[in-house]
Design a protein around this ligand. Structure first.
Ligand code: NI
Ligand code: MN
Length: 221
């Protein structure tokens, strides 16, 4: 499983021949994607998570996977989509995808109802990744290690204000029993500013690793 950070909460995840794009939002211009995107995973309807779906779709015609409300919104635009809801999972060519709880809100940029926000647990043949989406620290995270394979890594928001901050994210890493954290939702805008060194050492104090990737930085899980 290869993971490329595209900024804010957007990641390109490559599993075998499948390419998954999470929460496309590119305020500094579209990324140069060298692959065909097969699936777009959306955690909720907020603008900073769905803003560039249409731009991606003009070249990629990917299948949008999200909650019932968000997937339906994009199906109604003529895109392929898979509607899910919390607690459900589906088998896809790249592995199993489960839609899990997130504590946040969700509406479309025009203010219309977008259902409840979500996270995902993605289980491929050899790796298991939790994508938290925008969320507060929540006790529901304790359900993840009870119901999934041992996590190899987790993408957690750390920017505070609209989601949990990095101190709560460290507690979240205990709840999900995963000490390899990939940060998202930080440093995009002034209210989300974090000091990278401060965050890294805060996690290191407890023997945990947190990666605050640069835009376009790629890692192998
Ligand atoms: Ni949000
Ligand atoms: Mn957000």
């Amino acid at each position: 499983m290869k993971l490329t950070f595209l900024g804010h909460s957007s990641f390109l995840i490559t599993i075998g021949s499948s390419n998954l794009l999470v929460d496309p939002f590119f305020p500094n211009g579209m990324p140069q994607l060298e692959c065909k995107v097969d699936y777009i995973l959306l955690t909720h309807g907020h603008q900073d998570h769905i803003n560039n779906v249409d731009d991606i779709q003009s070249n990629h015609q990917a299948t949008v996977i999200s909650t019932y409300e968000v997937a339906t919104y994009f199906i109604n635009k003529g895109y392929k989509g898979i509607q899910m809801n919390h607690g459900g999972d589906i088998d896809l060519p790249f592995g199993n995808l489960k839609l899990v709880n997130a504590v946040h809100s969700s509406s479309f940029p025009d203010g219309k109802y977008a259902g409840n926000p979500c996270g995902f647990v993605l289980t491929s043949a050899d790796k298991c990744l939790y994508i938290a989406g925008d969320t507060a620290l929540t006790y529901d995270m304790k359900l993840i290690p009870m119901t999934s394979e041992k996590l190899d890594a987790a993408i957690l928001p750390i920017g505070n204000r609209f989601t949990m901050g990095y101190k709560d994210a460290r507690i979240a890493s205990d709840f999900i029993e995963c000490d390899k954290i990939i940060a998202c939702h930080f440093n995009t805008f002034p209210p989300l500013e974090v000091d990278k060194d401060e965050v890294t050492s805060y996690f290191a104090e407890k023997g945990k690793s947190i990666l605050l990737l640069d835009i376009n930085q790629q890692i192998d899980l």
